[in-house]
Design a protein around this ligand. Structure first.
Ligand SMILES: [Zn+2]
Length: 215
């Protein structure tokens, strides 16, 4: 939903961690905006279960057009690329790998390698136990922390983390890289940011919205 004109011109590969609305909300409108001008498909890389949900519940003609059946020249507007856990795939020279997470629905985190850089992104999860550790030194880890500690019951039942669970998960993992927090629920952003700072963990900071990071 925050796509810029440059994104609209250049972005044709989308990697999804899961099909929850706050993670796919911009996708139908992104494809729809581009449809008349596309000269290649928008490729959606995701777990097969996530693709099934998109086709059944979103791009189903009732909620939105089934773009996987609509042609632009000789190609379809959407091309699905089903990916299994730990199966490496490449987008524009960068290697991607999906790993299991602990959420309410089929979901994954994403590891991206490009040259000497290796970044791991948690997706939505209540645990970092599935974090890929293939021996590559990590350049950065991007981890979720949706709710403040006061809402630990909601976090637990919706399979998200709070600053307290984040600290406990990070103690288990002992990551040797900068760690950035994302996916904070907007209503609770200020209090979650304060609780994360109060953890006093070095190399742990909140990912800034709108800022580009290079690792
Ligand atoms: Zn989710």
């Amino acid at each position: 939903m925050a796509a810029t004109d440059e994104h609209r011109r250049n972005l044709r590969d989308v990697v999804l961690t899961h099909a929850h609305l706050d993670h796919i909300a911009g996708l139908p409108l992104f494809v729809d905006d581009l449809f008349a001008t596309l000269d290649q498909p928008v490729r959606i890389h995701a777990l097969p279960e996530v693709i099934d949900v998109l086709e059944r519940d979103v791009f189903n003609w009732s909620v939105f057009p089934r773009f996987s059946e609509l042609s632009i020249g000789s190609a379809k507007a959407i091309e699905y690329c089903p990916i299994s856990f730990n199966e490496p795939f490449t987008i524009h020279g960068s290697e991607f790998r999906l790993f299991p997470t602990f959420h309410k629905v089929p979901s994954c985190g994403v590891m991206v390698k490009d040259g000497d850089s290796c970044v791991v992104i948690s997706g939505d999860t209540a645990s970092l136990s599935g974090f890929i550790e293939d021996g590559s030194p990590l350049s950065a880890a991007v981890v979720e922390c949706a709710f403040p500690d006061e809402l630990s019951e909601i976090a637990e039942s919706s399979h998200h983390m709070t600053p307290a669970t984040l600290r406990s998960e990070l103690e288990k993992l002992q990551l040797d890289c900068p760690i950035f927090v994302f996916n904070i629920k907007a209503n609770y952003r200020d209090v979650v940011v304060k609780q994360i700072r109060d953890l006093g963990i070095s190399d742990l900071e909140v990912l800034e919205i709108g800022k580009a990071y290079f690792w």
